[in-house]
Ligand binder design. Sequence first.
Ligand SMILES: *[C@@H]1O[C@H](CO)[C@@H](O)[C@H](O)[C@H]1NC(C)=O
Ligand SMILES: *[C@@H]1O[C@H](CO)[C@@H](O)[C@H](O)[C@H]1NC(C)=O
Ligand SMILES: *[C@@H]1O[C@H](CO)[C@@H](O)[C@H](O)[C@H]1NC(C)=O
Length: 321
Amino acid sequence: MCNGNRGEDLAFERFSLLFIYKRDRISSVSLSIFIRLLLCLCFVTIIGCTWKPRRMAHSGVHKDRGELRIHENLDELGTDLAEYIAELSEASVKERGVFAIAISGGSLIGLMGKLCEAPYNKTVDWAKWYIFWADERVVAKTHADSNYKLAKDGLLSKVPVVPSHVNSINDSVSAEEAADDYEFHVRQLVKTRTINVSDISDCPKFDLILLGMGSDGHVASLFPNHPVLDEKDEWVTFITDSPKSPPERITFTLPVINSASNVVVVVTGESKAEAVHLAIDDAGADCLSLPARLVQPTKGKLAWFLDKLAASKLDGSQFSE
Ligand SMILES: *[C@@H]1O[C@H](CO)[C@@H](O)[C@H](O)[C@H]1NC(C)=O
Ligand SMILES: *[C@@H]1O[C@H](CO)[C@@H](O)[C@H](O)[C@H]1NC(C)=O
Ligand SMILES: *[C@@H]1O[C@H](CO)[C@@H](O)[C@H](O)[C@H]1NC(C)=O
């Protein structure tokens, strides 16, 4: 931790030489050691002051891969996730008057279940929520594969959200048309600042984008090695060849995901441990194109909500508690 690299060594040498030129009595070696000790002490103090004990098993910040929140079990994860979302909602409503949240499908919705219970079903300002989908299957809204149906049944029907704030896709058109229509719709809401806008990319800046991750490392409907990973211009695009059924989907693109104020990736279970390792640890060049690894908010905050099993292959030495 305290070992300087060559550049630092050089800087120390120059600094020390200055003292020798001034015929100071302090020897350059002891001065350099003293400065290093001082720096270490400052570092330890800063870490000590910012560290807050939490209920979860582990937490930490992993260099540029965001905050890691690792939980003993799904119950703990669900409690922490509900609290985290409720806090973001409160902050956003205070600042902007609304909370623009994009969700996806899979086990995520079930893990958000505690939001429907006390105290959140009362304390969250549900009327200020605007709900979007980071990805959606191009199927009827009544179809078992519909992410809208999943969220409606598991969450939205149990809390007092405003029906007109629920921004679902047009399920009676083709995937391409549905993507265009959804992007147009998002643009309208960016114009009125229901969704804020990024000051660097003019992309929409969602207050929160919630994602799951597949064991292949896909997020939203951005699958490994798929050309849509390179999409830079569109906000919402479509695929007709999803490796997982159903084949037709629409999805936010990486620029939109990475423009969000907050991105939360929720991953549980042992079958995803390897992908979590590749998405977070420094695991060589192979992992660099993994969709989950391409989730790198430009200015926003990234947080990983993991259970113990999903975190079981993480290289522990890579992150600081
Ligand atoms: C909130 O959820 C609790 C269960 O945790 C339930 O008893 C209560 O009726 C709910 N309140 C509202 C306003 O929905
Ligand atoms: C979906 O698109 C079709 C064809 O453009 C249109 O007729 C219909 O009104 C749209 N449905 C909704 C809910 O916007
Ligand atoms: C909207 O985003 C911009 C940066 O893109 C930020 O400066 C501004 O504070 C945000 N507006 C609100 C009301 O949060």
